[in-house]
Design a protein around this ligand. Structure first.
Ligand SMILES: *Cc1c(COP(=O)(O)O)cnc(C)c1O
Length: 371
């Protein structure tokens, strides 16, 4: 089996995969109890103020859950301001466009975090009912200051939607303190489950406000919640096996020390990766203070003979899957440090790097990269 150094789907543990080896009916009492437990445990990952929130799983990949939140939360006469510094920000604007939701984008460079001062100015200038931003912009690995932005958004009396797809469960975030109304993530990122569903963590009054607003039947966030509250069931066929895997993944997250324990492993993975790649002569594309421990973007080397496709194939043949870049401007590729992988796996990837002398006995890597 190949190891995945990607932004998802990710490498999962044997035990997470094994949890799927049984069939459960969607009306089975055991299944309903599992779903209830998953919804409760998701809230325990949200920080101290989670009592005001509800967790609503939604079938599909992460984008389906974002589409559910946006198309359910913004009323007919509402308007969305999307803060964009990468592909996933742009995708939220595209979702709004498809649903005929009035939408503006405040666009930043892909190598700069969203600037709260610019957001404040924009909110004073334009009328928006909702603001949306990506926490970790997986396009580059950039961390956006969602807490600071949240304070401004709240001050302006506007609702706040955060795509925390690639960060939730792997980077501590106090959802209530950040003033978030709708946070969206999915099963197959930092919680290390398998693909099949996403989820929305919604502030209860904001969620109640979604009633009757949805623009689709299947992605109606309010009705999905109401159904789960009514009889514990999904409205339409649930991804039963993915939910069983997720139950196991949540237990493994708790056993690792919760979000802080997981964050520490991801940080050591990323530190080992960046130190090793720098020794191989690669440069990171983002400045260190903006870089997350989730995924790292590396510039193509200054070598006219370099081919990402050739590199990808050689590493893949050796059992290591890396990821292409998604930047609009420059030649870059990405390596993820999330999923069921450790520093040892990162070292194995670095040892397999094409061109590295075979005889080299291990890699002289620092475990703590300098800041
Ligand atoms: C993975 C990801 C998504 C969702 O992607 P899907 O392919 O729909 O699962 C959305 N936003 C961010 C920031 C992501 O990393």
């Amino acid at each position: 089996m190949k190891l995945l150094f990607t932004p998802g789907p990710l490498t999962t543990s044997e035990t997470v995969k094994q949890a799927m080896l049984r069939d459960l009916g969607s009306r089975d009492d055991e299944f309903i109890a599992i779903v209830r437990g998953i919804r409760r445990d998701l809230l325990s990952l949200c920080g101290p103020g989670a009592g005001d929130y509800e967790a609503i799983p939604m079938q599909g990949s992460g984008t389906f859950a974002i589409e559910s939140a946006i198309s359910s939360a913004v009323p007919r006469n509402g308007s969305l301001l999307v803060l964009v510094n990468g592909v996933y920000g742009r995708r939220m604007a595209r979702i709004a466009e498809v649903h005929g939701i009035e939408c503006r984008q405040l666009v930043f460079a892909e190598n700069e975090p969203v600037d709260p001062a610019a957001v404040r100015e924009e909110l004073a200038r334009v009328s928006a009912t909702h603001v949306a931003v990506v926490h970790c912009e997986t396009t580059t690995g950039m961390m956006n200051p969602v807490e600071q932005i949240g304070a401004l958004v709240r001050e302006a009396g506007v609702a706040y939607i955060v795509d925390a797809m690639s960060s939730f469960g792997g980077i501590p975030l106090d959802v209530g303190a950040a003033g978030i109304d709708f946070l969206v993530s999915s099963a197959n990122k930092c919680i290390e489950g398998v693909p099949g569903f996403g989820f929305v963590i919604a502030r209860r009054p904001a969620l109640e406000g979604c009633r009757g607003q949805a623009r689709t039947l299947s992605l109606d966030l309010y009705e999905q919640w109401a159904g789960l509250e009514r009889d514990g069931q999904f409205r339409f066929t649930p991804p039963t096996h993915a939910l069983l895997a997720f139950r196991q993944a949540l237990d493994e997250l708790a056993a690792e020390g919760g979000v802080t324990g997981r964050a520490a492993r991801y940080q050591s993975n990323a530190d080992t990766l960046v130190a090793g790649m720098r020794e191989l002569g690669f440069e990171t594309w983002l400045r260190d203070e903006h870089r997350s421990a989730i995924i790292t973007t590396f510039r193509y080397p200054d070598d006219p003979g370099f081919s990402f496709e050739a590199l990808y194939k050689q590493l893949s043949d050796a059992g290591f899957v890396i990821y292409p870049g998604k930047l609009t401007a420059e030649g870059c590729f990405r390596i993820g440090s999330i999923g069921h992988i450790t520093e040892k796996d990162i070292r194995a990837l670095l040892s397999a790097w094409p061109g590295r002398p075979q005889s080299q006995p291990g890699i002289p890597l620092r475990t703590q990269a300098g800041k």
